[in-house]
Design a protein around this ligand. Sequence first.
Ligand SMILES: Nc1ncnc2c1ncn2[C@@H]1O[C@H](COP(=O)(O)OP(=O)(O)OP(=O)(O)O)[C@@H](O)[C@H]1O
Ligand SMILES: [Mg+2]
Length: 234
Amino acid sequence: MAFLEIQNLEVFYGKACSLHKVSLSVEKGEIIGIIGPNGAGKSTLLDSILGLTHCYGEILFDGTNLRDLSSTEIVRRGIAYAPEARNLFSYMGVKDNLLIGAYRAKRNKERNLQMVYDLFPILSKRGNQEAKTLSGGEQQMLSLGRALMSNPRMLLVDEPTIGLAPLVCKEIAQVLKNLNQENGITIVITEQNVNFALTLSEKIYLLETGTIKMKGRPDELKQETYIQETYFGS
Ligand SMILES: Nc1ncnc2c1ncn2[C@@H]1O[C@H](COP(=O)(O)OP(=O)(O)OP(=O)(O)O)[C@@H](O)[C@H]1O
Ligand SMILES: [Mg+2]
């Protein structure tokens, strides 16, 4: 069985179905990209892994069915989430935002804080600055840093590049790659920035209107006429 195995996941908001029998698997040590347009269900999928939706189907992580667990317990098992729009505590300082991420890893909080500052040196210079006054790129780094404070084995990142300049996207990509290769963290990202996802991921799922429409390696998907026409306009 894969590290994360999702089988026939369905999510309804009222009568509207946002995910239709979605199945996917993530092996330990992989970087997986989930691409798709606005409203495809990308955030709903990550929210569901964290136990934040009412859903049907199976979500198995390292052999345990997460559907029976609270979000706190899911984080304790080793999953961390950097959500869309970063959801920072706007009026709190950078360091305090990070420390909140360590609420399940209190014993390691100083070590983890140093690890995050080493990954994103700019954050160490902004320790007391309110999160809402950070630039978009710094906020994304803080969101990732906060997620990493819980010592995750798997990191979920919702649209890390949204609103960021190409150079900052490159920096984020490099950090995610290092976390994967050096720290062995399994990573699931969602993206509308198809190029970013194709460059970073080993396996891609295309999600459209709540359904997995295609899956494959980036080089395979790049050859698909549908992807070229819909996502690259060629
Ligand atoms: N809390 C909610 N209540 C009602 N409908 C919701 C809720 N959250 C999401 N939806 C609906 O579910 C569908 C999927 O939304 P979701 O946010 O998962 O898409 P997305 O792929 O993350 O889009 P985006 O790229 O714009 O963030 C949309 O039609 C959305 O309106
Ligand atoms: Mg979203």
